[in-house]
Design a protein around this ligand. Structure first.
Ligand SMILES: *[C@@H]1O[C@H](CO)[C@@H](O)[C@H](O)[C@H]1NC(C)=O
Ligand SMILES: *[C@@H]1O[C@H](CO)[C@@H](O)[C@H](O)[C@H]1NC(C)=O
Ligand SMILES: *[C@@H]1O[C@H](CO)[C@@H](O)[C@H](O)[C@H]1NC(C)=O
Ligand SMILES: *[C@@H]1O[C@H](CO)[C@@H](O)[C@H](O)[C@H]1NC(C)=O
Ligand SMILES: *[C@@H]1O[C@H](CO)[C@@H](O)[C@H](O)[C@H]1NC(C)=O
Ligand SMILES: *[C@@H]1O[C@H](CO)[C@@H](O)[C@H](O)[C@H]1NC(C)=O
Ligand SMILES: *[C@@H]1O[C@H](CO)[C@@H](O)[C@H](O)[C@H]1NC(C)=O
Ligand SMILES: *[C@@H]1O[C@H](CO)[C@@H](O)[C@H](O)[C@H]1NC(C)=O
Ligand SMILES: *[C@@H]1O[C@H](CO)[C@@H](O)[C@H](O)[C@H]1NC(C)=O
Length: 888
């Protein structure tokens, strides 16, 4: 190795690598580099945070794919910028210049304005996805160059047909299209010569536009169509017979239009049909002699049939039972012949059945017990009688059950309590009797689920079940006869008198009985953990994202302590009813929180969904959660696991039985966690001027002091016991959760840090800040600090001592309109005792409360440097009650 030095070798290698790297950058058509940089810079407020580093070749940016790595002719071949929050209109001379593009995905952004005319030069384009943006105007008039285009999805925009240069004209030239999705726009022209040659088209979606006139005849020449969706337009007239020529159709949706006339028999020739929806039109005629009677359709593997809300007559059930593969059947709101409830054992794959307003007679057949996959069952507005079959409890997955507006009688079978996923129930307007089952699920339904069943009783109806007035009739002896007047005359008079006497003398007893029952039962879990409105509130059903996750059984859930459970996202879906609204317990600071029960092991959990934020790299994203799982303290809510589902991160916490402190201090209306302390007096006694605390009598001073100490310990640990230290950012009474022994656990620890982008950790901005708890200096610095947490802790301490909310009309404007200003003003006037929670006076703890009030005063000092540290706070709190300081 003489004369050969490693240093030199390395230098040469480095130079070579630089040369190569440089070559890469040079090779890229420099216009591609410029065009894409121009695009990103004009549409993203912070392109660095998306990983678009302007000093790197664009080919190294995420979502950019280039051809010819070393060939000296590098171009951008594919671009996937879906869901990056790009905002604004696409500048000319940006994307339109990337002429080598084969695939362009800009869906799910906030792009506005027109689709640029220079898109016409993207002649290699095969896939163009622009859905879910705010594009408006008409399509570029000349797209004739896009001869390779196979997939065009511009759904969910504000595009319209335009005048002279109509959408029809620009689409006419597209020769190779397979998939065309124009749904959810404002296209109106019905005369839609949209493709000169549509023989290649396989999927066409024109739904949710404003297309009127008759069925567009041009579609009939698209003979390779597999999917056709014209729903939610204003189309009218009859369906042409030639629809039967579209022999490959698998899915046909014409719902929510004004089509009329008979169902064409040619529908029966569509042997591949899996899904047919003709709902909400004006179709008429006799169903028996129409489409369903056709032998061919019966052999089709039809999974979905929806004929609801039409004007159809005739008898329907005979044919239905031969469609064995049906999963979704909607026949509601037609004028079918009245028929007995059908035997459904042959259609056991049904998950959705709507027979509302179908003229169904007689008792519900116990064949419903074979529908074990059922999710939604609606039999309302019929003439069903007899009792509710207990076989319904076989539908173990049932989410929604509507039997309202019938003549059902007898008791509600106790077995329905086994339907643990049931979250919508309507049994109203029947003749049911007896008591409403007591099982957990039934407790969550209110009076509207049961109303107008005169002989039904139970807590939901605020009507006690007393045997003296309410003999629970057996099914063979239905009380319904009372209504029909078959009963002995006079008896209802007697009942009336008994009820009247009961009302006069028994009112007080009823009240006690109601509360008595409450005491012995757990509150519905949803109530137990109070709702809290955070900065993020999801208007739409938050569950939609969860149900659309593909292959949930393959997404692992990491459980730190119980890796052998081998949980997947499917288990979380099951535990949280698909993240259903009804399982949601709070909106949370950075995302909603759901409660759930994991089936292996019956572990109660709280599940928080972080919809966004954090580093882009999935390994970093997971690493943050792993690190958070290691932050453990007896006064923190333990993070027990997590799952990463697409761009969402799901945090799994131990469930805290007693909900949050805010709820206990300010919102418990009646029946409390410690019911023995409950008295009518405190409940009905309004505090001076304002109703404070609504009769909370359950948290003794000892308990409150312990809670304060617990929270202080948690914060001291985060501030001083952790490296790097953690600023909580959102210390509030709602974030203090109480376990079954009322021990305090601080929630949301470290979550504010999770939603930040990496590289910003040194300065924790204020994410969670809740009105009433935000320290005054945050208004100027926008920087969260440990002393900021001390201030927020001070507010919680003042809440514990005064029993008052952090803000409210009660506090005079001169005190800043909040608890802190009010307390500090009274302390300065030396009348601090006026602040103490009146409910705790006479318990000989005033001096301790006053001392804690002083600690709260210190913590909420205007100037951060005057506030004590959390370690000092622990010392001060222990001094107040030396005996209490020993337990953790
Ligand atoms: C953009 O994001 C980066 C990293 O996330 C950050 O350092 C930078 O300050 C941000 N710039 C602006 C203008 O917000
Ligand atoms: C951008 O890339 C340059 C060169 O690769 C690198 O030095 C710089 O740190 C990168 N900037 C960011 C914000 O990642
Ligand atoms: C773009 O990426 C997303 C996932 O990040 C993917 O679902 C989508 O299919 C991609 N688009 C194309 C056109 O490949
Ligand atoms: C897009 O940018 C405009 C102007 O900068 C802003 O007003 C708007 O809120 C932004 N929209 C979204 C969804 O970020
Ligand atoms: C598109 O919307 C913008 C405002 O968002 C408006 O200024 C413009 O005129 C619209 N263009 C058309 C063709 O409607
Ligand atoms: C419907 O057609 C069937 C068979 O053609 C016939 O028996 C029945 O009476 C018709 N129903 C009505 C309501 O017209
Ligand atoms: C019912 O569903 C199962 C599973 O999806 C399927 O294997 C079976 O063939 C279906 N039954 C009918 C009659 O289509
Ligand atoms: C309930 O379902 C089981 C199978 O899950 C079946 O054996 C039983 O017959 C069903 N009961 C009724 C009443 O249909
Ligand atoms: C329940 O009934 C009692 C006595 O009839 C009445 O005072 C009370 O207000 C009712 N409660 C509800 C929630 O309707």
């Amino acid at each position: 190795m003489t004369g050969w030095r490693w240093g030199e070798a390395m230098l040469l290698l480095l130079l070579f690598l630089f040369f190569l790297a440089d070559l890469d950058a040079q090779d890229l058509g420099s216009s591609d580099q410029q065009s894409l940089t121009k695009f990103v810079q004009s549409l993203s407020s912070n392109s660095t945070s998306l990983g678009f580093n302007s000093s790197k070749p664009v080919c190294q940016w995420p979502g950019v794919y280039c051809t010819g790595q070393r060939s000296g002719n590098q171009r951008i071949r594919a671009l996937n910028f879906t869901g990056l929050g790009l905002n604004g209109s696409i500048p000319d001379g940006s994307i339109g210049m990337l002429t080598a593009l084969k695939s362009l995905d800009l869906s799910n952004n906030f792009l506005t304005g027109g689709i640029p005319a220079d898109f016409a030069s993207l002649t290699s384009l095969s896939i163009l996805l622009l859905s879910n943006n705010g594009f408006n105007g008409s399509l570029p008039s000349d797209l004739a160059g896009l001869t390779q285009l196979k997939t065009l999805d511009i759904s969910h925009n504000k595009l319209e047909s335009g005048g002279t240069s109509s959408a029809a004209d620009s689409l006419r030239a597209l020769q190779s299209l397979r998939v065309l999705n124009l749904s959810n726009n404002q296209f109106s022209s019905n005369n839609f010569p949209f493709l000169a040659n549509c023989s290649t088209l396989q999927a066409l979606d024109l739904s949710a536009n404003s297309i009127n006139g008759s069925f567009p005849p041009q579609i009939l020449s698209c003979i390779h169509l597999r999917v056709l969706n014209l729903s939610k337009n204003s189309l009218s007239g009859e369906i042409p017979l030639q629809v039967g020529d579209l022999r490959l159709l698998q899915s046909l949706d014409l719902s929510e239009n004004s089509f009329s006339g008979q169902l064409p028999p040619s529908l029966g020739t569509l042997r591949r049909l899996l899904s047919l929806s003709l709902a909400s039109n004006n179709f008429s005629g006799n169903i028996t002699s129409s489409v369903l009677s056709l032998q061919s359709l019966q052999t089709a593997v039809l999974r979905k049939l929806d004929l609801s809300s039409n004007l159809l007559i005739g008898s329907v059930f005979g044919t239905i039972s031969s469609l064995h593969a049906l999963e979704h059947l909607g026949l509601a709101k037609n004028s079918f012949t009245q028929e007995l409830f059908p035997d459904l054992s042959a259609v056991a794959n049904l998950t959705y059945l709507n027979l509302s307003s179908c003229g169904v007679l007689g008792p519900i057949s116990s064949s419903v017990g074979s529908l074990t996959k059922m999710l939604q069952l609606d039999l309302s507005h019929n003439d069903l009688n007899g009792s509710i079959p207990s076989a319904l409890s076989n539908m173990t997955l049932l989410l929604s059950l509507d039997l309202s507006w019938n003549n059902l009688s007898g008791n509600i079978p106790d077995q329905l309590g086994l339907l643990t996923f049931l979250n919508q129930l309507n049994l109203s307007h029947n003749n049911l009797s007896g008591s409403i089952p007591n099982s957990n699920q039934f407790e969550t339904f209110g009076a509207s689920s049961f109303e107008d069943n005169p002989f039904l009783c139970g807590i939901a109806l605020n009507k006690t079940c007393s045997s003296s007035i309410m003999p629970s009739p057996s099914p063979d002896h239905p009380v319904r006869n009372l209504k029909s007047g078959i009963m002995h005359p006079g008896v209802d008079v007697v009942i009336g008198i008994v009820i009247a006497l009961f009302l006069v003398f028994g009112g007080f007893v009823v009240k006690l009985l109601c509360f008595q029952t409450r005491r012995t039962k757990n509150l519905p879990l949803v109530d137990a953990w109070n709702y809290r409105m955070g900065p993020m509130s999801f208007e739409s059903d938050p569950s939609t994202w969860a149900t659309s996750v593909k292959d949930p059984g393959s997404i692992p859930v990491v459980m730190f302590e119980k890796p052998l459970l081998n949980l997947t996202f499917s288990d979380l879906l099951k535990a949280t009813l698909n993240f259903h609204k009804d399982a949601q317990i709070t909106e949370g600071g950075c995302g909603p929180v759901y409660m759930g029960m994991l089936s292996p092991g019956d572990i109660k959990i709280a599940v928080k969904v972080l919809f966004e934020g954090g580093p882009v790299n999935p390994i970093e994203r997971a690493a943050q959660l792993e690190a958070l799982g290691k932050v453990k303290h007896p006064n923190l809510v333990p993070l027990v696991g997590y799952s990463m589902v697409n761009e969402k991160r799901i945090l799994i916490y131990e469930f805290m039985e007693n909900g949050n402190l805010y709820h206990h201090l300010h919102e418990l209306p009646e029946g409390t966690a410690n019911p023995d302390d409950w008295t009518l007096d405190t409940w009905e006694h309004p505090a001076d001027g304002e109703t404070v605390g609504n009769g909370d009598g359950c948290l003794s001073w000892e308990a409150r002091h312990q809670i304060a100490l617990g929270v202080a310990r948690a914060l001291a640990f985060l501030h001083h016991g952790c490296s790097p230290h953690i600023v909580h950012c959102d210390v509030t009474a709602s974030n203090v959760l109480l376990d079954s022994e009322l021990k305090a656990h601080l929630a949301d620890c470290g979550v504010a840090g999770l939603v930040l982008d990496s590289g910003r950790r040194s300065v924790t901005p204020i994410i969670g800040g809740t009105v009433g708890y935000v320290p005054p200096e945050y208004g100027q610095t926008w920087k969260a600090t440990t002393r900021g947490d001390v201030y927020s802790f001070g507010v919680v301490l003042l809440e514990l001592v005064t029993g008052r909310r952090p803000t409210g009309q009660y506090f005079h404007d001169s005190c800043g309109g909040h608890l802190v200003g009010w307390v500090r003003a009274l302390i300065r006037e030396n009348v601090g005792y006026k602040c103490l929670d009146p409910k705790l006076l006479t318990t000989k703890v005033e001096h301790e409360m006053l001392e804690c009030l002083q600690i709260g005063y210190l913590c909420t000092a205007e100037h951060p440097s005057k506030r004590p540290t959390m370690q000092q706070v622990i010392g001060l709190l222990k001094d107040v009650r030396p005996s209490a300081g020993t337990s953790p």
